[in-house]
Design a protein around this ligand. Structure first.
Ligand SMILES: Nc1ncnc2c1ncn2[C@@H]1O[C@H](COP(=O)(O)OP(=O)(O)OP(=O)(O)O)[C@@H](O)[C@H]1O
Length: 585
């Protein structure tokens, strides 16, 4: 039962237990509200028999007080069980999702965009918060209490009970049968929202390029259409839900009429007493209130299914697992007949074999799209290869838990990610427990110390979102400082292609030379002069290793590598002057 609830509503174990408590509380609350009705029934009965006898007055007085107290206590219990537990569960749910995202392979993120995931963690969780504090406990609470009350009504008078209750299954059936239509409308509304969120995010990320290309107006027209589509879809969704819920609620109202009609007919026939008739009128007026709410709640629960499905897609996604113990002998990184395709299915690496040796620099070169970045991603198990094996010191990395494996790697990406925090904390990302002195030492080795000292608050300067207050070269050096701090035995390096000024380039190069000393280094090299000092060059083209060896051997071979070196040499001779004279031809 607990497990089914967990699965059905994307709940933690405690959340499922709390949901049962909340449903129980709502059921008790609905039953407690029937207590004064019972009391009224006996009071009217006494009044009709000539007045309330002296000895029963105390009973009614105590009964009244007891009803108030009972409703108060149960409402308090219901409040705690639904609201407080819900907020705790929402927190747990967000943390569970975040934890899960941490362990999910990167292939998952290729299928999902950032706006979609953010929306699941924030908007879907908030929607489910309302669902668990209101819709679901109230829905189940009113269904259970109605069934219990219905059973007791049948004991009183089955004919009147039928007249009162026939509407309930009909009304629920209308809403349930509309589930498919509603789910379809919800999905479309959700898709429109996602497209709009994507559009806004893309606009914010690309605003500079849009302005530079005079394309801002065109883009905003498209964005405007996306925003209007959200509005349009939301109205259709609400309307679709309202049609079914209001029809069902109208059917429910018919119950009052049938109770009055059947009751009157039975009274005239003399087979029903006035008091029972009166009691049924009282009960149904009270009974239909929670049922009206239940119909609305049922529609909302149907809506929530779309959000729950999105959440379950994350929670059910397989994670990369493996041993938490490292069993490597040394740090040679070996690719043995590795094949790989991204989600798109197109084979990116066909049959890649090479070894990046400990203490050596192995440079990956080759034409754009040849698979260099993919090789470096597989080396760190960001993705798992589809064919062949990748080992570190003889240890198959697909059998090692990703976080444990990454303790062996320092990665310096071309695109540096910095956080909206101080420089000190941005560098400390390399090793959480590093002392301030260790951070300073890493910054010195990465040639960062000089520029950091000149900032207004030195290491305690906030660098803004993604380090917007720093230059490209400074950002690169901070990421190198992180790598120094981590001091991992394997370095994956994506050489910066962004044009850096000569000073920055030299500073970065000297920092890198210090960093890679005595490590296993796998570098994606874009400039051929960088690889001149490499111990080994692996040339990748169309997902295959087409050449492999030291720089001199490959140059002498006059193959693809030598051709690329020639091309870059020619490129270096390009000057503005030449470009201008070319234009004049
Ligand atoms: N996340 C991804 N999803 C799907 N396909 C991808 C992904 N990343 C890369 N590819 C595809 O894989 C192929 C190899 O790309 P990769 O980035 O490894 O090449 P590369 O040699 O590093 O190129 P470049 O020098 O231009 O950076 C390309 O066809 C690319 O389109």
């Amino acid at each position: 039962m607990i497990q089914r609830l967990q699965k059905k509503f994307a709940l933690s174990e405690q959340g499922a237990v709390d949901l049962i408590k909340a449903i129980t509380a709502c059921t008790l609350q609905n039953i407690a509200f029937m207590f004064p009705v019972g009391l009224l029934y006996y009071l009217v009965s006494d009044l009709m028999n000539g007045g309330v006898p002296e000895e029963r007055r105390l009973f009614y007085g105590v009964g009244c007080l007891f009803s108030i107290l009972l409703i108060f206590i149960i409402t308090y219990f219901q409040y705690n069980a639904t609201y407080l537990a819900t907020y705790v569960e929402t927190g747990v749910r967000r943390i569970t999702l975040a934890e899960k995202l941490r362990k999910i392979p990167l292939s998952f993120f290729g299928k999902k965009d950032l706006a979609d995931l953010t929306s699941t963690i924030m908007a879907d969780c908030t929607f489910l918060e309302t669902a668990f504090s209101h819709f679901i406990p109230e829905l189940f609470g009113s269904i259970i209490s109605t069934v219990l009350i219905a059973i007791s009504l049948f004991f009183f008078d089955w004919r009147m009970a039928l007249a009162a209750l026939w509407v309930a299954p009909v009304a629920f059936a209308i809403v349930l049968l509309s589930a498919k239509v509603q789910e379809g409308l919800n999905q479309k509304a959700m898709d429109a929202k996602m497209a709009c969120a994507d559009g806004i995010q893309e606009y914010l990320e690309t605003v500079q390029d849009l302005k530079a290309n005079n394309a801002e107006d065109t883009y905003l027209v498209i964005l405007d259409q996306k925003i209007k589509a959200v509005e349009h879809r939301a109205i259709i969704g609400e309307f679709g839900m309202a049609v079914f819920v209001v029809s069902a609620q109208l059917i429910l109202k018919l119950g009052m009429a049938t109770v009055a009609l059947v009751g009157s007919a039975l009274l005239i026939k003399g087979t029903l007493d006035v008091l029972t008739f009166f009691m049924f009128l009282l009960v149904v007026s009270r009974l239909y209130d929670p049922l009206q709410g239940a119909l609305q709640n049922l529609a909302a629960v149907i809506t929530a299914r779309t959000n729950i499905a999105r959440m379950n897609e994350i929670l059910d996604h397989p994670v990369q697992t493996g041993e938490k113990e490292l069993g490597n002998q040394g740090y040679d990184v070996t690719f043995d007949r590795v094949g790989f395709a991204y989600n798109s299915g197109e084979t990116v690496l066909k049959d890649v074999s090479f070894t990046a040796r400990q203490g050596q620099v192995t440079a990956l070169v080759g034409p754009s799209g040849g698979g260099k970045t993919t090789v470096s991603r597989l080396a760190a198990r960001f993705w798992d290869c589809n064919k062949g094996t990748i080992t570190v010191g003889g240890m198959d990395i697909s059998k090692v838990e990703p976080e444990t494996l990454l303790s062996l790697y320092s990665i310096v990406f071309q695109e540096v990610t910095l956080f909206n925090n101080t420089i000190m904390e941005n560098i400390r990302l390399g090793r959480k427990d590093a002392s301030d002195d260790e951070v300073l030492e890493a910054a010195r080795l990465a040639n960062c110390h000089e520029f950091i000292k000149k900032l207004p608050k030195g290491y305690h300067t906030d660098i803004g979102e993604n380090g917007c207050a720093l230059s490209g070269g400074q950002r690169q050096r901070i990421s190198i400082a992180r790598a120094f701090l981590k001091n991992a035995p394997i370095i994956l390096l994506d050489e910066a292609t962004a044009s850096l000024d000569v000073e920055n380039e030299t500073l970065i190069q000297t920092a890198l030379s210090r960093l890679i000393k005595n490590k296993t280094v796998l570098i994606i090299a874009h400039r051929m002069r960088t690889v001149a000092g490499a111990d080994q060059i692996v040339v990748l083209a169309e997902g295959n290793v087409v050449e492999q060896g030291d720089p001199k051997t490959l140059l002498d071979k006059k193959g693809l590598f030598s051709h690329m070196v020639d091309l870059q040499r020619q490129g270096q001779n390009w000057t503005l002057e030449k470009a201008v004279s070319y234009q004049k031809i």
